[in-house]
Design a protein around this ligand. Structure first.
Ligand code: SF4
Length: 356
């Protein structure tokens, strides 16, 4: 595994590829690290990138670290949705730094561009990231290097500063010219895509952060599947995920863990639903029955049926059968979070953070 000069944060986006090419051009051997979590990264693409761009790429799973970061709230706050970009970059750089020795690398490469993103690529944010990740002497940002203080790797001559770029801002012109110079076979989008930057996903994740005790990556993977309903009835909150289509049902099945309640209609086609029961909050039978009735309402055939329908709730050691009337309005009042509600709560959380 050793024999590399640098490790690179590699999202698969254009900027990360260009950053690697700029140092490879100087004769350096680069080991790319592709970070994966329930929020970003795509393990299936790694072999495609390896072949297409001729890169050495390893994956690094930071799912648990990201879950912890979100649960404990990021020190530098959230961006326009639920993206904790500054803290996230710090986490990735720490992970990269911890792996440098095993690859024999002397520096870290990242595709950040000064002024490109409002949260993590302002000059002050880039400095905070360097400092908190402990990579001041070893991080090189080849796309904007000439606009940034000289790194130790440049001073020591590991990398020639003159051959790096001075790109600033959100434009793509210079990156596209570089892509042409390096004859990239395809031009990927600027960045790798991150679910935390999308409001639709912020609606999914925020209730998990607020209500799940010590949420782990498994909770966020579950939140990625199907429709997400919460109820505050009784001793709640209770969390119910309902599949919208076959692929959701399969994903829910894959992401279910021992202890979950799995709902399925006995005699009608319909969705699979997962009720996550946290160990300190087992669902009482009236909540299970209520959820069964709610889940049945998502089966068009069951909803048209004039009588009661049977829903099976499979629990760890036994299966309960509930005869229920399909109903969207139930005493538990299952509901999805709106982005507006989440945004308000995020604002309040941000005010709290700034007071600390
Ligand atoms: S966009 Fe997502 S992956 Fe990128 S730094 Fe922000 S939180 Fe991390």
């Amino acid at each position: 595994m050793s024999g590399y000069d640098a490790v690179a944060l590699f999202s698969g986006g254009l900027d990360s590829i260009l950053a690697v090419r700029l140092v490879e051009e100087q004769g350096l051997k680069v080991q790319c690290l592709h970070f994966v979590s329930p929020f970003f990264g795509d393990v299936r693409q790694v072999s495609v990138w390896r072949e297409r761009f001729g890169l050495d790429i390893d994956t690094v799973d930071v799912g648990e670290g990201m879950a912890r970061l979100l649960a404990q709230r990021p020190a530098y706050g959230f961006g326009k949705a639920l993206n904790p970009c500054v803290d996230c970059k710090i986490l990735m750089l720490r992970e990269a730094k911890a792996r440098m020795a095993s690859y024999g690398a002397r520096c870290i490469i990242s595709g950040e561009v000064l002024g490109q993103r409002p949260m993590s690529q302002r000059r002050d944010a880039l400095h905070v990231i360097l400092r908190d990740a402990g990579v001041k002497d070893i991080l090189v940002r080849p796309l904007s290097a000439k606009l940034l203080p000289e790194s130790d790797a440049e001073r020591r001559g590991v990398i020639e500063r003159e051959k790096l770029c001075g790109i600033w801002g959100r434009g793509r012109k210079e990156q596209l010219a570089l892509a042409e110079r390096f004859a990239l076979p395809v031009i990927p989008p600027p960045a790798g895509g991150c679910k935390l930057t999308e409001r639709e996903n912020a609606r999914r994740y925020w209730p998990v952060i607020v209500h799940a005790p010590n949420p782990a990556a498994a909770e966020f993977r579950l939140a990625n599947s199907g429709r997400q309903f919460w109820s505050n009835a009784g001793e709640g909150p209770y969390w119910l995920c309902v599949g919208r289509q076959q692929s959701d049902n399969e994903r829910l099945m894959r992401n279910a863990v021992p202890g979950d309640a799995l709902f399925k209609l006995a005699d009608f086609p319909g969705p699979l639903a997962v009720g996550r029961q946290f160990c300190d909050r087992r669902w009482p039978e009236d909540v299970l029955r209520d959820a069964a009735s709610f889940v049945a309402s998502f089966s068009p055939k069951a909803a048209l049926h004039s009588g009661l329908v049977q829903v099976l709730a499979k629990l760890e050691r036994h299966t309960l059968a509930f005869s229920v009337r399909p109903a969207r309005e139930t005493p538990c009042a299952w509901g999805e979070r709106s982005w507006e509600a989440v945004r308000e709560e995020l604002r309040a959380a941000e005010q709290e953070r700034q007071k600390r």
